[in-house]
Design a binder for this molecule. Structure first.
Ligand code: FE2
Length: 424
């Protein structure tokens, strides 16, 4: 896969046509190792088939950009609006999400032909000189597709984990085990009234704004995420058996689902193994713990005598840090142990999304935009928690300090981990 990723990195200054080509070529490269069968099966209601991701992102450009803005555009296939609409009520009826895997036709090759058809039309539209509004929609479509690139990988991981063969999405050779990152240290922050949210130039999703003031108390934040080794200590101390460590809803999940270790983990000959995009691999004790629900992250923090940070604390600490990290383009596709540190924050970006204790809610004065794209984020602001920082399968150039990802508290199939915080 890595060999076929398009070269170069996008920057904020990249023209939208260049961004479009880069993003679309990246999706194609991500799909390349998959057969039609791999790309068709849906392993659970929350995960979508790879074919659906490749087609839905294309449908987004066709529906949001081409249909309303490109006179004479020829729709590729009328039935695709039903098949590949995700959740846009304003656009109409759709295939129910848990039954996306029933769509065995079109074949994957037809989905690629659909992509080529839409790419040609978008290129012509941009070459002809699109309005700033249309360019903004193309830009939104690119960032939307990058979100689905990450989901394509996490959903393939979930699918391949169901197979007794535990196939590798890419190279199954074991990765070298990283060095012990040493004990976590806590970095102090003053708190006070701080500015939160996206307010500057460049792209951001609507939920990242408006920029506004927030009051935070003095706090400390760990200089790296919690590692697998630290999480094993929690398991061995009976963490999954002590109801006093758990939120009530999380304890109910433990009883109902018999959770006793992170998602994808298995015990083999006294050692922990985990499913990865490189097939089954031994758990690396020095790498950040991942595939944790909010409930597990919260219980670990309680066990450790700490807590999860709020999203404002996280953003205040991350503001101004370089957006470097272990992202999808590194080709590693697994979290990496922290490099030795000297007390500075490490791995704020990449490796694992970090659960915060903040519900995904609208910022003050938030208003969804008008029209169908107004359904993008706003209607999901209930019952989910914010995660920050991106992961080892987040595309390069997709993350920001203000970026708010969100999942329900029992979600475990994303690359989700945690960083501890405490009051100062
Ligand atoms: Fe989508």
């Amino acid at each position: 896969m890595q060999d076929t990723l398009p070269p170069g990195a996008l920057t904020e200054a990249s023209p939208v046509s260049e961004r479009y080509r880069h993003v679309r070529a990246t999706s194609r490269a991500l799909g390349a190792p998959l057969s039609d069968a791999d790309a068709t099966v849906q392993s659970m209601p929350d995960a979508s088939p790879a074919k659906w991701h490749l087609a839905h992102t294309t449908w987004f450009f066709e529906t949001m950009v081409l249909k309303p803005n490109f006179a004479g555009y020829e729709i590729f296939d009328d039935s695709f609006n039903f098949l590949f609409n995700s959740y846009y009520e304003t656009i109409g009826e759709r295939q129910p999400r848990p039954r996306r895997g029933m769509v065995t036709r079109p074949h994957l090759d037809t989905v690629y032909a659909y992509r080529d058809h839409v790419d040609g039309a978008i290129e012509r539209l941009l070459e002809a000189g699109a309005s700033p509004e249309v360019e903004e929609l193309v830009e939104l479509g690119c960032h939307h597709e990058q979100q689905h690139q990450e989901l394509l990988l996490t959903d393939i991981l979930h699918l391949f984990a169901q197979s007794p063969l535990k196939p590798a999405y890419r190279d199954p050779q074991p990765l070298g085990v990283g060095a012990e990152p040493g004990e976590a240290h806590f970095v102090s922050f003053d708190g006070g009234i701080v500015e939160i949210g996206h307010g500057g130039r460049g792209f951001a999703f609507d939920s990242e704004g408006p920029r506004h003031k927030a009051l935070i108390e003095p706090y400390r934040l760990a200089d790296r995420p919690v590692t697998n080794g630290e999480f094993i200590a929690f398991i061995e101390d009976g963490g999954y058996r002590d109801p006093l460590l758990w939120l009530s809803a999380g304890w109910a999940d433990i009883l109902a689902n018999k959770w006793d270790k992170p998602f994808y983990w298995q015990e083999k000959d006294g050692e922990y193994w985990t499913m990865t995009l490189r097939g089954a691999q031994p758990v690396d004790r020095n790498a950040p713990a991942t595939h944790l629900s909010y409930f597990e992250a919260d219980a670990f923090a309680t066990w450790a005598g700490k807590r999860l940070p709020s999203e404002f604390e996280w953003e205040n600490a991350a503001a101004g840090l370089p957006l470097d990290g272990n992202f999808a383009g590194s080709g590693r596709l697994r979290p990496k142990p922290a490099e030795p540190g000297a007390g500075e924050l490490r791995q704020m970006f990449g490796d694992v999304w970090e659960w915060t204790r903040s519900p995904f809610s609208p910022y003050p004065r938030f208003k969804p935009v008008e029209g169908a794209v107004g359904e993008y984020n706003g209607k999901f602001m209930c019952g989910q928690f914010v995660l920050r920082g991106g992961s080892c399968v987040t595309p390069e150039g997709h993350i920001r300090a203000t970026y708010r990802n969100f999942f329900p508290p029992d979600a475990r199939w994303q690359f989700s981990g945690l960083r501890l915080a405490e009051d100062a």
